[in-house]
Design a protein around this ligand. Structure first.
Ligand code: GAR
Length: 216
């Protein structure tokens, strides 16, 4: 059997996207293995989800800054991922900007899921930003990570309608369901070697319309 893609997941809290990745791996829809899960929050439910599955799970101190990892802490994150031979890093509700050390170690091999149709509504509380702006179509995006906030090359996006009686919370719930579908697709496409970054664009080999693509 071919070697499976080794994933490292970073999550701040709830970890529902992590759970969706785990479930897709278990059902054979993603041919990958999670090497480790890391959180910057000791109490993250994501760590518990990982432990339940026998996945090595770590809290690693993030340092004193709120928006990024202190350099010596970032080094520990990278070392942990390397120790577990991680090939693809998946940010799944990880709210810190990655800096040079991390990006150099995993350039083109870090993905993030964001609950908006980027480049609209980057940053925190994207679903609420979109609802307050009054958009009629919201959505989710999986993209490769660069030095910006939710600015890297886009892999897959899927639209979500905004209903008249939505609140930011009901909209966020509907977007989350779509997140749980598209993150596994992006990972599987990576595992199959179909993604090529070409400047701002991600070229996807062998698929016409990724936004409508389903995993078998
Ligand atoms: C998800 O909605 C994810 O898109 C968002 O955090 C949530 C994490 O939920 N990420 C961002 O906003 C990143 N800018 P989860 O822990 O249940 O996966």
């Amino acid at each position: 059997m071919a070697n499976k893609l080794l994933i490292g997941a970073l999550s701040l809290g709830r970890g529902s996207n992590l759970q969706s990745i785990i479930d897709h791996i278990k059902s054979g829809k993603i041919s990958a293995k999670i090497g480790c899960v890391i959180s910057d929050n000791k109490d993250a439910f994501a760590l518990e989800r990982a432990q339940r599955e026998g996945i090595p799970a770590y809290y690693i101190y993030p340092g004193t800054h709120k928006t990024f990892l202190d350099p010596e802490c970032e080094k520990e994150y990278v070392e942990c991922l390397k120790r577990h031979n991680v090939e693809l890093v998946c940010l799944a509700g990880f709210m810190r900007i990655l800096k040079k050390q991390f990006l150099e170690a995993y350039r083109g091999r870090i993905m993030n899921i964001h609950p908006a149709l980027l480049p609209s509504f980057p940053g925190l509380h994207a679903q609420k930003q979109a609802w307050e702006y009054g958009v009629k179509v919201a959505g989710a995006t999986v993209h490769f990570v660069d030095e910006g906030v939710d600015t890297g090359p886009i892999i897959i996006q899927r639209a979500v309608p905004v209903h008249e009686d939505d609140t930011p919370d009901t909209l966020a719930e509907r977007i989350l369901k779509v997140e749980h579908q598209i993150y596994p697709i992006a990972i599987q496409l990576f595992a199959e070697g179909r993604l090529k970054i070409d400047g701002r664009r991600v070229i996807i080999k062998g698929i016409d319309s990724v936004s409508e693509y389903k995993l078998e």
